[in-house]
Design a protein. Sequence first.
Length: 110
Amino acid sequence: MQNQNPKHSAPKQHSKLRRGIVWTIVALVAVIGIGGAYAIYQTKANIDQTYSAAHGANRAKVSNSKPVSILLMGTDTGALGRTDKGRTDTIMVVTINPKTKKSHHGQHSS
């Protein structure tokens, strides 16, 4: 006659339960790892694309005797609930005069 004691089947059930929990944790860690790697890859690709040189841009030769003016534009990050990303929110014109060894700047912020 077989012993029908429920204690003999309990270790098998616990083993299956533990194995299921372990595989669930492994799968969860893998999904989070793959998702994190993808997010990092996308972020790097976006940064590389955003800060690449404009097509057809040439390097300008700057004279050592003539003043040169440079336009600096700051871009909006969309912080503080703003939805229009990438728009210029700060403009600065910097003029460098090599003869007087001085610079001058004008600024406008919105």
